[in-house]
Design a protein around this ligand. Structure first.
Ligand code: MTE
Ligand code: MOS
Length: 785
């Protein structure tokens, strides 16, 4: 029986549906007497804190204490890389930033108390847009650069043009908002449950704030109700407040952000502004690009540097850039600190090149799919940062297969024909590829570790460094462990993630959770299996090479009928004093990158995919319907096809939300005006395409990965670019087929105005044609006979 590669339900699927799966805040029941924390938030985007008087709050019934900078025994800063995130700021740098926290016997008491803390502010001017930041020279870091070839070719190209694209951010909208519960353990150290993608870093930040060594802090994450990058570093401050509160009062402290607070306080996907110049040959061959990326980093640095560099690594998407000059700058604004979000800058980088290719195609009167195809990487090509594009041929293979299975050519004609009959509705069709680099670009993060325990009854506990956020990591790990040990998945239990089981873990991010931790678990299992093989060989009196493990049984090859149970082998091993636990470790081989030269091999491999989408746009409203999407994704040899399918479908729809619905609006005071589901439009069931075909590339085993599988967590999000391009294709059909300016997200409002512009162009063309005719007629009449 093969367990790896089998479609099994998510290990917590039943619990997710019944409500029995516990999340951090559910654990509050285990902490009677826990205090509740609520922040005192600043009503300015930028201001100095002149004075803070908690006396009225302290007299409020149920208020226990208030946390300010005076309570911090260690360093009052939770910044992950640069220490630039004061927990109790003297200078407020984004609207609603907490300046103090009130602890109450009840949440209500804490909230009442927070309202009665009197704070005196001196408001200052705030920078709220990328444009203002550029004008003010407000940046977090010096520019990042990557370059290759001679970009002066742009100016001498047959087609040369410039443009700008604004790309909106995105709220993570994980269903479970940020949450942590901390308490004093018996040793006087701190223990915490935290909804965090990176328990080791949450531990580090708690230790930093309390000024104690990390061995006195234990952080546990049972599971998250979604994270999407939003809990990669931004789970830390809330855990730090809970820990500080517990250490001050000696009582458990719970911090849970409400939806509105989570919206107001936590970072989002980075909005970007892209300025570019590009040169093409007449037949659509890209010759050179100059791209400047400006990201809106918000108030602190957070992960903005690696996000920006990943954007720059993905300005090629699936295309060869013969000459490229890329620069990137992180704008410092008085807004939430933008952070990791599924794709981690990759989506913004890819959107830039897809924009450029579509603009070129429509300027040249060529089909966008033709221009895309013409510029694909071929075997032997290297990226603009010098990495060979391994398996580049897969791009074209996927493309052709998908063109065929989606009946692209036939539907192209049908759409064109349909459009001639419908003046107020237009359909659009587009196909776009994805090539996404897998590995953390900071090489040291690319390690995974595991601790596997076997009990005498043959049951197994697996500990590893990854966290479960709904993506199915634990399901895959369970399959990998069961496969490696020849057990049913039911005999394997994957434990919650704890810093006292595996130290110094990486964030579960970069889609590498299974690659890193799965390989580490397989390593530990293989150690155990070889020990058990020797024990079994002595029981059978055979050579170790002849011992087989399958379905909870151990036997000598060819003698399955004389099999003994795995449990019996384990108990025998114990009696023979053979250890039944082992560590496992994995580090990704062969990756390196030098940011100084902008050269290297930052990625272990690339994940490939492509999508075809067809939409129908209503010219009266700008509203659109997604009629059909076909996806072909390269997941290698899938460890868990049902989980992977879920990741592809979910990632795609999340991308559709980012590109077409979800719009973050900050008002003139720097307050997030779209801070709830009533004003922030999320994709839902109605946005799922009427026809949705998802398929895996066959025979796609990847060499040098766990069971030949590939990462799947983030890459499918970028397949949603096909929807944006299909919408643009439909808009273009309202006009003359020429270029279409479209900011992102392509909300109905933006689409409506783009349709208006396209129509105006067509009018102009018709009028010009009529005028030409009239002039020609007059000239004819004026001819001397
Ligand atoms: N899927 C679900 N259901 N919930 C999530 O929070 N996060 C995504 C992706 N898929 C996420 C998800 C992100 S941002 C990443 S990096 C990966 O899962 C992380 O998990 P993996 O490395 O195990 O794929
Ligand atoms: Mo994912 S954005 O790498 O957490």
């Amino acid at each position: 029986m093969k367990i790896v590669g089998k479609s099994v339900p998510h290990e917590s699927a039943r619990g997710h549906v019944t409500g029995e799966a516990l999340y951090t805040d559910d654990l509050l029941l285990r902490f009677p007497g826990a205090l509740h924390a609520w922040p005192v938030v600043a009503p300015h985007a930028h201001a100095l804190v002149r004075a803070l008087d908690p006396s009225a709050a302290l007299s409020e019934p149920g208020v226990v204490t208030i946390l300010t900078g005076d309570d911090v025994p260690g360093e009052g800063d939770t910044g992950a890389n640069r220490h630039d995130e004061p927990l109790f700021p003297a200078e407020v740098t984004y609207h609603s930033q907490p300046v103090a926290w009130v602890l109450g016997e009840t949440l209500d008491a804490a909230q009442r108390g927070a309202r009665r803390v009197s704070v005196e502010y001196e408001p200052l001017a705030a920078i709220l847009t990328i444009d203002d930041a550029i004008l003010a020279g407000s940046f977090h870091s010096p520019p990042l650069r990557m370059a290759r070839g001679d970009v002066s070719v742009i100016e001498s190209s047959q087609l040369s043009f410039e443009g700008e694209l604004r790309i909106g951010g995105q709220e993570h909208f994980y269903l479970e908002t940020q949450c942590a519960i901390a308490w004093l353990d018996e040793s006087g150290g701190i223990a915490a449950h935290s909804s965090t993608q990176h328990p080791a870093e949450t531990q580090e930040v708690i230790a930093r704030v309390l000024g104690i060594p990390r061995n006195r802090v234990t952080v546990e994450c049972l599971r998250m109700g979604g994270a999407f990058g939003g809990k990669e570093v931004q789970a830390n401050p809330w855990a730090a407040i809970a820990a500080l509160g517990a250490s001050k009062t000696g009582r458990p402290v719970r911090v849970r952000l409400t939806r509105a607070l989570d919206f107001a306080l936590t970072g989002k996907r980075h909005p970007f502004q892209v300025r570019y110049a590009a040169g093409f040959t007449r037949d659509g061959q890209l010759e050179g690009v100059r791209i400047a990326l400006y990201s809106d980093g918000g108030w602190s640095l957070d992960l903005s540097e690696p996000v920006l560099s990943r954007a720059m690594f993905h300005c090629d998407n699936a295309y060869l850039l013969p000459a490229a000059e890329l620069t990137g700058l992180i704008c410092r604004t008085h807004k939430t600190s933008q952070t990791a979000f599924r794709g981690f800058g990759g989506p913004q980088g890819m959107l830039a090149i897809e924009e450029i290719l579509d603009q070129a195609a429509r300027r040249l009167g060529l089909r966008p799919e033709l221009v895309r195809e013409r510029n694909f990487y071929r075997e032997g090509d290297t990226t603009h940062y010098g990495q060979p594009v391994k398996d580049a041929g897969r791009i074209e293979t996927i493309w052709r297969r998908l063109m065929e299975s989606s009946r692209f050519a036939g539907r192209r004609n049908e759409v064109d024909e349909w459009n001639t009959r419908h003046p107020h509705l237009k359909r659009g069709l587009a196909i776009t590829p994805v090539k996404f680099g897998i590995s953390f670009t900071a090489a040291f993060f690319n390690q995974g570790a595991a601790l596997v325990l076997i009990y005498r009854d043959g049951s197994v506990q697996v500990n590893h460094g990854g966290t479960e956020m709904g993506q199915g990591l634990h399901t895959k790990i369970r399959q990998i462990a069961a496969e490696s040990l020849g057990l049913d998945p039911e005999s394997v239990r994957v434990m919650s993630t704890r810093t006292d089981k595996i130290p110094n873990t990486s964030a579960t991010a970069a889609s590498a959770g299974t690659d890193l931790n799965g390989a580490a678990v397989a390593d530990a299992c293989s150690t155990l299996r070889s020990r058990l093989t020797d024990v079994a060989a002595s029981l059978f009196g055979c050579d170790s090479a002849a011992v087989r493990f399958s379905e909870g049984l151990v036997f000598r090859e060819g003698e399955a009928e004389r099999a003994i149970s795995f449990a019996k082998v384990c108990n025998t091993a114990y009696l023979q004093r053979v250890p039944l636990f082992a560590q496992g470790y994995y580090r990704t081989p062969g990756i390196q990158y030098n940011p100084q030269t902008g050269r290297g091999t930052p990625f272990h491999y690339f994940a490939y995919g492509a999508a075809v989408s067809e939409v129908e746009v209503d010219g009266f409203t700008g509203d659109y319907r997604l009629l059909r999407t076909d996806i072909l994704e390269d997941v290698g040899d899938s460890v868990s096809p049902m989980v992977d399918r879920g990741q592809i479908e979910g990632g795609f729809i999340q991308g559709v939300g980012w590109l077409t619905l979800e719009e973050l609006i900050w008002d003139a005071q720097g307050r997030l005006a779209t801070a709830g589901a009533s004003t922030y439009k999320l994709p839902s069931w109605t946005e799922v395409p009427d026809t949705f075909e998802v398929d895996f590339m066959p025979r796609a085993a990847e060499a040098g990965t766990i069971y030949g599988s590939k990462a799947v967590g983030e890459p499918p999000l970028m397949l949603a670019i096909s929807v944006r391009e299909a919408i643009r294709d439909a808009i273009s059909a309202f006009g003359t087929g020429g270029p279409v300016e479209l900011e992102s997200p392509a909300t109905p409002e933006r689409v409506f105005f783009a349709v208006q512009r396209a129509r105006a162009e067509r009018e102009l063309q018709i009028n010009t044609a009529e005028a030409d005719e009239t002039v020609a007629g007059l000239l004819k009449e004026a001819q001397p006979r």
